[in-house]
Design a protein around this ligand. Structure first.
Ligand code: ARG
Length: 469
């Protein structure tokens, strides 16, 4: 029996030191191929860069390099055409590709793994993948922001009740309310872009944990693959998964924001609010109640937020007890990552469509604006403007509201005499004018306020912010 046959004892690239077969259940349990086959493209890209560097540094000959590069190229084709013979017994995508390479070009294929371990290889693939998905997610957020801006611009005159504690508080522009979400998403984009810096570190060359004795050129690999910097510590390079956590935590923030917006869509499309109607194409019916039109999409976005938080918690928990450096536990980084990438990208693209389908029910909103006390603060502000201490003015208008409630009236139903009975200033036309929602909104001219002029300025700032990042 020669050394090579021994190497193939269990049909494993690492089979040399084993006598017994790997238990089938253990084989399936330890394999990551069913999910890490997603990293095939990055794996080939990384291997090609590694191979070119091995040639440049004289570790491999140019001829060996060409054979390997051509083989990898062919394998890439097989994968994209769906012709690649995946083999679960080879554990993961990395060893599947390596084995295929050796099958295709012979033992020289085994030279690709010179100066490399799967530990730095998988780290490299993950960095390439996360960098790509950070960018793609950021782009999708941008598209959603654009739709929010359009909806705000189209409804610039619409006044809605603003809420605190979900109780009517003060009137605001619908555009102002919507733009609040624009800025949340802007911070989300900033977070994703900032996370990119930490994903932009190149781990290859760390070997299994301690570096490599071959004269590798890590800078060259980083340059070829478009990395901004290198890991300075080989042990950190193979055990760091912070960049994945960052994708998951940025996603959690993003989903939290979309979940809040979803909650508002669910409320606002209810009969009780009737502020909005979602397009038929984005709503579903009931199997029993013929009249139903259900906001399933925002409801599911709200629910999927839990799943994205869960993925973050899952990985934080995997990492918290791990000694340096690579531990098999790290293989559990992939499913939470892939699941969040899929969920978040799916949610972002459907959300943009959903918001495009929204109809603003202007008459219903206008009617809703008529029956509350949401301009009471305007009267208190007016009295304060005329010189009363605000605290006294507040108390006085509170009494006025109490009076209305006892009489079953609204503020605007009171005559100027009735108003003047509470305070002579309240009998003036100016005071009465303050009761209209339009005037209340127009008055909020402070920077970042809801006055149309301030909101137009905000829209302009939003347009610029969207272009900038
Ligand atoms: N499938 C493994 C993972 O995803 C690849 C790295 C394996 N390294 C090792 N020493 N077993 O983490």
């Amino acid at each position: 029996m020669n050394g090579m046959e021994k190497h193939n004892d269990r049909g494993k690239p690492w089979g040399g030191r084993f006598k017994e077969e790997l238990d089938k259940k253990a084989e399936a349990f330890t394999a990551s191929l069913p999910f890490d086959c997603r990293l095939a493209e990055e794996d080939i890209q990384g291997s090609m860069a590694h191979c070119r560097m091995l040639v440049k540094t004289g570790i491999l000959t140019a001829q060996e390099g060409d054979l390997i590069l051509n083989g990898l190229q062919e394998i890439g084709g097989e994968i994209s055409r769906g012709e690649f013979p995946y083999d679960l017994s080879l554990e993961d995508i990395h060893m599947n590709i390596e084995k295929r390479l050796i099958d295709k070009i012979g033992p020289v294929g085994g030279k690709l793994h010179t100066a490399r371990s799967r530990n730095d290889q998988v780290a490299l693939d993950l960095h390439l993948y996360v960098k790509k998905e950070l960018r793609e997610t950021e782009k999708l957020i941008c598209q959603l922001q654009e739709v929010i801006l359009e909806l705000a611009e189209k409804n610039l005159e619409v006044i809605i009740p603003g809420y605190t504690h979900l109780q009517r508080a003060q009137p605001v522009l619908l555009a102002h309310h919507l733009l609040a979400y624009f800025w949340m998403l802007q911070r989300d984009r900033e977070r994703f872009l900032d996370a990119f810096k930490r994903a932009d570190l190149m781990p290859l060359g760390a070997g299994a944990l301690s570096g490599t004795s071959f004269p590798v050129d890590r800078e060259e690999v980083a340059r070829e693959l478009g990395f901004g910097a290198l890991y300075e510590n080989s042990m950190d390079a193979v055990s760091d998964r912070d960049f994945i956590l960052e994708y998951l935590s940025c996603s959690s923030f993003l989903m939290m924001h979309l979940s809040r917006l979803s909650e508002e869509l669910v409320l606002w499309t209810s009969h009780e609010f009737s502020f909005l109607e979602l397009g038929d194409a984005f709503t579903t019916g009931s199997s029993m109640m013929p009249q139903k039109k259900n906001p399933d999409v925002p409801e599911l976005v709200r629910a999927k937020t839990g799943r994205v938080y869960g993925n973050l918690m899952a990985l934080l928990t995997v990492l918290k007890g791990l000694p340096l450096t690579y531990n098999k536990d790290l293989q559990e980084d992939k499913e939470p990552l892939f699941d969040s990438v899929d969920t978040v990208k799916n949610v972002l693209s459907i959300y943009a469509q959903l918001l495009k389908s929204v109809q603003v029910r202007r008459e219903k909103i206008a009617a809703a604006m008529q029956d509350d006390f949401s301009t009471a603060t305007e009267l208190a502000d007016y009295l304060a403007l005329r010189g009363l201490p605000f605290r006294e003015a507040h108390h006085l208008v509170g009494k006025l509201v109490r009076h209305c409630l006892d009489e079953g009236k609204l503020l605007k139903d009171l005559s100027s005499d009735e108003l003047a009975a509470f305070h002579p200033f309240l009998g003036s036309d100016e005071a009465l004018a303050r009761l209209s929602p339009e005037n209340a909104v127009w008055a909020k001219k402070s920077r970042g306020g809801t006055a149309p002029a301030a909101v137009r300025r905000q829209l302009q700032a939003a347009r610029e912010a969207l272009k900038k990042l």
